[in-house]
Structures are given as C-alpha cells and as structure tokens.
Design a protein around this ligand. Sequence first.
Ligand code: ADP
Ligand code: ZN
Length: 721
Amino acid sequence: MNRVRLLVFNAALGALDYRVPEGMAVEPGSVVVAPLGPRQIVGIAWEEERLPAESVPDARLRPLAEVLPVPPLRAELRRLIEWTADYYCAPLSAVARMVISSGGALRGPATMTEYRLSGGMPERMTSQRERAMERLEGEQATIRELAEIAGVSEGVLRGLVNQGAMEAVTVDCDRPYPRARAGHATVDLNPEQAAVAARLVEAVNEGVFAPFLLDGVTGSGKTETYFEAVAAALDADRQVLVLLPEIALTQAFLRRFEDRFGAPPVVWHSSLKSTERRRAWRAIASGEAQVVVGARSALFLPYARLGLIVVDEAHEVSFKQDDGVRYNARDVAVMRAHFERLPVVLASATPALESLQMAESGIYERLELPSRFGAAELPAIDTVDLTEDPPERGRWLASRLARELAERLDKGEQSLLFLNRRGYAPLTLCRNCGFRFECPNCTAWLVEHRFTRRLACHHCGHETAPPATCPECGEPDCLVACGPGVERIADEVAEILPGARVAVATSDTLNSPERAAEFVAQVEERAIDVIVGTQLVTKGFHFPELTLVGVVDADLGLEGGDLRAAERTYQQVAQVAGRAGRGEKPGQVLIQTRHPEAPVIAALAAGDRDAFYAAETEARRHAGAPPFGRWAAIIVSSEDEAEAKEAARAIGGTRPDLADIAIYGPAPAPLSLLRGRYRYRLLINARRSARLQETIRSWLDALAFPRGVRVSIDIDPYSFV
Ligand code: ADP
Ligand code: ZN
C-alpha cells in the first residue's frame, strides 16, 4: 500500500494522509491535488517522519486526485520552509503558501488572448476610438490592460475589435524571457572593486555556502561589483536572486541591469498581474528565469538551480514582514544560502549592527569599498542647531538652509530636502475648541493632504474631506494645520524662492513606474531645482547635479519607543546624505536638529561611522539587545476591547519564570487601536542561550482564546507599535 503525507495550506487541518493510486508517481516535494470532503485541495508531499499527523489506517485513506505539472519542491527548499516556520513560530502551511504564491502557475501550459491594432480602420470613427488608436500604437495586451493604457472603456475597444481595427493574438502564457548575457556590456572596475568582484566570482564558482557583508560607502560601486558575480552565475548557468527593498525596485535599476546584461531581469513584487506572476513562477521553477530581481517575497520561490543571492540595501527595515509570517528576508536569505550551499551578499553603506557583528566575529566575510567611484567625494556634513537658528513661526527651514538653497538655485544646481512625512501636516486641530482630527479606527491623527484635499489615516487608509466647520464646536473656518509634511515644506520653498521649480517626491506623487520614470527624467533634464521627499528618495537615485541635501528634522526618528531609533536615524540620514555630490561637483549636507550633541547626530556630522557603531554597540551590549541578546514580542488583538485585555492578562498571568528570559507587559500597544482592533503587547528579552521559541510556543499552546482574539508572535521584531 502506497501512502503519502501532505502539507496543506490550512493550518487548522494539520497534515493529512492519502493513498497514492496505482501508476501515479509521487515523491517528497510533489505538488498534488487531494479530495477533502466534497472539495479538492492542493498539498505538498512531505517526508512522513518530519511532519507529525494523526495516524489513519490504510483502509480509510482516500486516493490522491492528481499530481500537478510543476517540478517537485526540492529538499533544500523544504528544509528552509521548516526552518522558517520553526524560527518565526509560524504555521508550516503559512510558509508553504509563500512558496506556492501563484495559483495559476500550478496548471499546465496555457495560452491567453491579447489584442493589438490590426492596421485597419473602423467603419465609423469617434473621438474615443481615435484616442484609443493613437495611444495603442505598438501595444499588445489584454482588453482590460489596453483600456487602462488608452484611458477609454473596454467597450470602446471591443467596438474596435468588432469593426476589425483591432485583432486578437494568441500568446503562450509561459513564453520565454529574453536572455541576459554575462558579457553584454562589461565595465572596467577600479582595483578596489576588482578585488571585491574577484572574491565574489570565486565564491560563485566554488558553489559553497559563503555569506558576505559588502560594506561600501554610497556611490562606491557596490552594484557594479556584485554585477560581476551575477555575470559569473550566468556563465555557470545558475540562477540569481537579487532582493531589493520594494521602493528601490525602480525603472532606474532595471534599466541599469538591462544596459549591463542586454535584457531586463525577471521582476517579482506584490503588484504583479496574475498572468505575470504565473509566467515568472513557472520560469523560476523550471530554471528558465536567469536573474530574478524582487521584493522580499521573491525569496521563497522554488528556484530550480540557484547559484547566488544578493540582498541589496540589506539594512532596510522593509525586508522585515510585519504581518502573516513575520520573517526578516535578510536573515532568511542567509539561511537559504546555507541550505542550498551558495554565496549570499548583503550589500549596504550602513549595515545593520547585527550584520556588522557577524562580520566582526568572522561568520560573514567582510568586503569593503571605502571610497566613492571616480572623482566623486563624500559630501561635507554640518548640523544646523535649531535652538540657535530657529526658523520663523510657521516655517521650518533655518536661515542657513534657506541661504544655501538660494545659492544652489543661482548656480543652477539641484537640492533635496528630506522629511519622512507624507502630506501637508501631521495634525489638524480646531483653533476654537482644540478638537483634534483622529482616525476612528486607529490611535492616530489624520494627516492633511492638500494636493488631494483629504484628511487621511496612514495606518488604515481611512479618508475624509476636511469639513468647513469644526465637528466638535461648529465654528466655521477654524481648522489649523500643525507641524510640517513634505507638501508644506514645498510651499515654504516656493515662498522663499519664488523662481524655483519644486517637486514633491513621495509614494503619493510617484505612485506608478511611469510617474517615477517621469520624475527621474525631469530631474535629469534639470527641469526641477528642489526635490522635497520622504525616504522614497533616499536610495537608488543618482543625480549628478544634486549638490545640497537638507535634513529638515533629524530628531523626528529619535522620538518614540523604537529600540533601534538611533541606528535607523543614522542609516536614514547617511543614505539621504549619500544622494549629494555624486557627480563632479562636491556635495553639502545640512542636518537640522535641536540636539546636535546627541551621539548619533554628532557622529553623522563628524563623518565618524566607527564612533557611532562603537557607541551603539556598547549601548546594545549593556541592554542585552540584539545582537547580544534577543527580543520577541507577543501582540494580542481583538475588535472587542475587554476581550483583548482579558486575553493579554491571561498570557501575562501564565508567563514562565526563567532566569534567562525577561518578560515585560502586557501593556496597551502604542497603537492601541489599529484598523478597528484593540491591541496589547508583551516584550520579551532573552539571552542568546535561551530557548526562546520553544518557551513561547509551550507557553501560548497551553492557552485557549475566544475566536475573535488574534495572538501573533514577532521574533526579532522591528516594529514596537
Ligand atoms: P553603490 O551601489 O555603491 O551606491 P553604484 O554601483 O551605484 O554604487 O555606483 C555609483 C555610480 O558610479 C554609478 O553611476 C555607477 O555606474 C558608477 N560606477 C561605479 N563603478 C564604476 C566603474 N568601475 N566604471 C564606471 N562607472 C562606475
Ligand atoms: Zn486608521
């Protein structure tokens, strides 16, 4: 009797056993369809001894329905799934779902119908039809996509099809991608870069587990250098995964890749259309996809023969996922490289302390690029003490920064003002009664967006139009904006420099690849003098004429209860500073602060990275914080306030009493209401030697909660709200 154990995508079902019908070939990793009650479910065949299940006698087993036409998940990937579930205290099924992330991909070859202009004319021309035909020149896509491109209804396009002006084309969903070529356009590296590249190429060719910290200042050529390792993998016919923070996945990077390798990489991110997902997934699983550039979710795809992983901007917090499986893609990337026995490169100008520590202790091999490429120098950094040079009331730029902006404008050079706050003002209140506009679903103020005339919650998306009268006291015209967002800074620049062309660059204004590309083109053509932007502009961009960077409020990130606040401020300011002086003209950075003496600000001003890291390392050691100790969080939430509180109390009341694990809380979370759920948190600080995950699991497994309560575990948390 041939039986098989399945991992299915529903945590509540656990593992299930089935009978393998005569003639069906199933091996561990096979993706199969099985009957469950009246339904059919998808599962992955797993080694029985690694997946406990209730034992079912042979006679009661139902037969599998079919094996899906995709390659079985390799053992290395199955081990990674197990490791991830175990380390992050997440259900195996939830991790496996990140691997099988395209339903369509599981079905065999398929075709779809796309449309394009046929060259014929419609019998009757209308202005809509004319517009569509103009805009669809050279395009081929589904009707829905074409309607979007042309800005007309699908009905208009169907009319054109009926009248023969457009024709249907059958395309293979899995048509191959253009091939990248290692030697398409090679670059002459300088000696420092060449040494680093040679080491990476060697590791790719050896094909052994080799973690690298590629530590190089902004503009030193880290990308250029790891491209050599990508080329080596291409030559060896191995696949490459480059992980980027979602916001760095820009046209600029893709264009650069194409310039170097002659074809764009396969892109993977959360907003791919389902047909694109399917095509990418299948090409990755078959080994056809050569280089995948993706956001963190690309890490769990079923690569057929991976040869190299690069995590660029590896310090970025966006590699940490904060819902579902709360994993850190940077750390899991190293584990994947370990299981698959291949090199992994963590590249950054401002590495996380955890990564530096791994390099220091010899676990990661450190490769350094200490200077900028070519003639470019690192910018000069100065602080502006806002207590000594305060802006006028209602303004946010100190006179020195305003003066420097004016000077750049005179010289025809560009400036960037950085403030990590979207919108016009973070708080709106009533001058008459003091009423503050708060989100009904979250513990958060509504942020005014003047471009769109909305008050918006940045946590849940709740939006409302600003009312003419105060909802509390009824007074007309009494609302005042408090504090600045980027839109307000842009207004201020327009006031003090009436001739300047100012652009706001945030996820609100650059919300599509097209708009981002347009923005880049405008800056490159020098049609923009001053950019006012959020962290969106701190990375990836290379504007040679940009010579001044102003940090509007460096103290912003240091407020609040974030245990990594100093490190994050350091990284953010150092990254945005890295946008200045990338061409031949030297750069200047001005940091506005009320605390120039704070260690992180002083280190930035002195350009003394080592001093900052040394001080921060000591502080972490003292606090038993990562990398010297570990943190975990337990977050309890419910739509019912009393229920959430009661569940948190029950968890707190049964806390284990251990010498090497300290448990704080429960306490209401700083975001005590989020998307309509009341939230409590416990923070756990453990010694490195402690059995952290095991302790948490056995503690929580012993408790039962009402249906409406959600308890999530966050191992190595980055968010403390
Ligand atoms: P990083 O990734 O460290 O920020 P990049 O790889 O983006 O640095 O390099 C910064 C700029 O210098 C880019 O415009 C890049 O094309 C250029 N550059 C770096 N190294 C070289 C080289 N060896 N030859 C030509 N251009 C280079
Ligand atoms: Zn909200």
